[in-house]
Every structure is written in structure tokens, then in C-alpha cells.
Design a protein around this ligand. Structure first.
Ligand code: ASP
Length: 340
């Protein structure tokens, strides 16, 4: 594989770029990154960086930040072969999902990474994550094309599709999983790419900046009250609701619940069914409790993650004013976010 590349690091914040201040963790000046990670000097290609000002804990991520990341990538697209986004882990799966829909026609890698321990601390996982993310962003096929022309997350020796990943552990270095899709790559002595899983290269980048965020998430649970279900499903200013359901897409079968769901669907709202289970998929044909949702007009999210479903809705609703159009596109595999 050819290895000559130019990579842009986009540093947004998060634990990876923090150090102890005596009053908790604070971000350090990213221009100091070569001091903290001297290994970077061993890359023989151009490595440049852009730093967000202010740097943010990823708990404060908003769609405006995704638009900013997308803008930086679009502006610099012709000058770099790949992009590494340093990002807090808490919302990394949301951001990677969003960018996977916003960056259409990608032919270059956009690799998110971060760490559980600051890069300046002795046992940090940040160095290994950063170095490997740069490797994945710069990997090329014999013909010079990118090995991973998609939005992905590098974490703990694994490369996961961005819109399939979810944070599953707040303390382990093994913090991310892609429950319904095997890793796109795994690192041992070498990085082994599962090329059959990696998406085909696009031809021309087209960035979709419009996002409509009028989405609510309703997690069904025993004891949920009619008032709560009504407030969310029929709430003002809500264009779509993600129903986080049990198992293969089941919810409460009591008429009060299905009536509210049906009323919400009749009002034109988009209702997307995503399972609360970490792995597996929604199949509303299986049980009467799921069938009732389907008959009421709920759309199956198949095996999408909540992060992926939210991003898909933001993107589709930003693109299409017609809810019926959004509902039909939700059922298609647009960016590898579902298994069909
Ligand atoms: N709170 C931090 C963040 O998401 C945690 C991390 O980076 O791991 O920004």
C-alpha cells in the first residue's frame, strides 16, 4: 500500500487533549501535541491541524459544530488525503453518525478518535488511538485510492463505522462497540482491513448542511404514564419521534398507548422504531405488540443505533420538507447505517 499522504487533524476538545490543572482536567494548547506525542514526528507525510476555539467537552456538542467540522473538511478537501477528528468520547458516535450523512460522496477517510485518559497521562490510550487513526486516515490502496473512504471511529485497536458505533463503557479503554456490524479494521501487529465491509469510494463530495433537529426520543418503560407519552408523541414543535422500544420493536399494547401513537402518526409526525437492545433489529411483524405500532404508522428503524437514527432524521428532515418522503427514505440503507 502506498503511504504518501497529507492528513488534517481537527481538534474539537475532549479528554484526549486535556491535562491535569489542579482544578480538574482542562484542555491544553494543541500546538503542544508534538511534545505530548513525539511519535507523530515519525510520520513522513504532512500533518497539519486545526483547533476549535473554544474547545469543548463533547457533552456540549450541537449540530452547529457538525456543520463547522463539515465546513473545515469541505474547505480543505482538495489539499488533504484524509481527516482525523479528535473528539470527546461522550457524543462521538452522534457526531460520527451526523457527519456520515452530511458528507455525501466521500472518497477520503474521516476518522474520529479520542481517549479515556488524557494524552499527557502516563497510561493514556490517546497516543495509540491517535497514531492508529492517522494510519487509517492515510492508508491507500495500490492505485492510490483511500482504503477507508468513509466516516469511522478508531478506538482501542478497532475501526468502526461511525453510524454503527455506540459508546458502551465509561471507564474501559474498550469504550465503543458496533453491535450490528463487525469492525472495518482491527489492529494487531498490522492493521487488518475488512475490505469487504468498507463502503465504496464516492466520486464528488457534496456537503449537506441543513439539519432539522425537531426530534424527540421516547424510551418506553414499565410505568410510563399516559401524560408523558402524550407530551412527547403529541408535543408542540416535534416533527419526529424515535420510539425506543423493547426487544424486536415492541411497546405497550394497552389501547391508551396505541391510540396516542396512532394520533401522533395521523397528525403527520414521523415515528421511528428503534430497539433498546444493544444488538439485533426491529421486526414489527413478530409480536402483536409490534404489529400494533406498524399498523398505527410507525416506521421500522431495522438495526440502526439511536445515534444513527437521530442523525438520519436530522439529515433527511433538513433535506425534505415532505414527511412521507422522509419516511420512505428512512427505510433505505443510505450510508451503511442499516443491514439491508
Ligand atoms: N466528557 C469528555 C467528552 O466527551 C469525555 C471524553 O472525552 O472521553 O468530551
Amino acid at each position: 500500500m502506498k503511504n504518501k499522504s497529507a492528513i488534517l487533524l481537527i481538534y474539537t476538545g475532549g479528554t484526549i487533549g486535556m491535562k491535569e490543572s489542579g482544578h480538574g482536567l482542562v484542555p491544553f494548547d494543541f500546538s503542544q501535541i508534538p511534545v505530548e506525542v513525539p511519535e507523530l514526528a515519525k510520520f513522513t507525510f504532512k500533518l497539519e491541524s486545526k483547533t476549535f476555539d473554544p474547545l469543548i467537552d463533547s457533552s456540549d456538542v450541537e449540530p452547529a459544530m457538525w456543520q463547522k467540522i463539515a465546513g473545515i473538511i469541505e474547505e480543505n478537501y482538495d489539499h488533504f488525503d484524509g481527516f482525523v477528528v479528535l473528539h470527546g468520547t461522550d457524543t462521538m458516535a452522534y457526531s460520527a453518525s451526523a457527519l456520515s450523512f452530511m458528507l455525501d460522496g466521500l472518497s477520503k477517510p474521516v476518522i474520529f478518535t479520542g481517549s479515556q485518559l488524557p494524552v499527557g497521562s502516563l497510561r493514556t490510550d490517546g497516543k495509540e488511538n491517535l497514531v492508529s487513526a492517522i494510519e487509517a486516515a492515510s492508508a491507500k490502496n495500490a492505485d492510490g485510492s483511500a482504503v477507508v473512504p468513509e466516516v469511522a471511529i478508531w478506538f482501542n485497536s478497532k475501526l468502526l463505522r461511525g453510524n454503527r458505533a455506540t459508546k458502551v463503557n465509561s471507564t474501559s479503554f474498550d469504550a465503543f462497540r458496533s453491535p450490528n456490524l463487525p469492525p472495518l479494521a482491527e489492529a494487531g501487529i498490522d492493521i487488518h482491513y475488512n475490505t469487504h465491509l468498507i463502503r465504496k469510494s464516492g466520486t464528488e463530495l457534496r456537503v449537506h448542511y441543513n439539519l432539522d433537529t425537531r426530534v424527540a426520543i421516547l424510551k418506553v418503560h414499565p410505568g410510563i404514564t399516559e401524560q408523558v407519552a402524550r407530551n412527547v408523541l403529541l408535543g408542540e414543535g416535534i416533527r419526529a419521534v424515535i420510539l425506543e422500544t423493547y426487544g424486536s420493536g415492541n411497546a405497550i399494547s394497552k389501547p391508551w398507548f396505541t391510540d396516542i401513537v396512532a394520533e401522533s402518526a395521523r397528525s403527520g409526525r414521523i415515528l421511528l422504531n428503534i430497539t433498546q437492545c444493544l444488538a439485533g433489529e426491529v421486526n414489527m411483524d413478530l409480536y402483536a405488540t409490534g404489529k400494533a405500532l406498524q399498523e398505527a404508522g410507525v416506521v421500522s428503524g431495522a438495526d440502526i443505533t439511536t445515534e444513527g437514527g437521530l442523525a438520519k432524521l436530522f439529515y433527511l428532515m433538513g433535506e425534505y420538507p415532505d414527511n412521507e418522503k422522509v419516511k420512505s427514505l428512512l427505510q433505505l440503507n443510505l450510508k451503511g447505517e442499516i443491514s439491508k
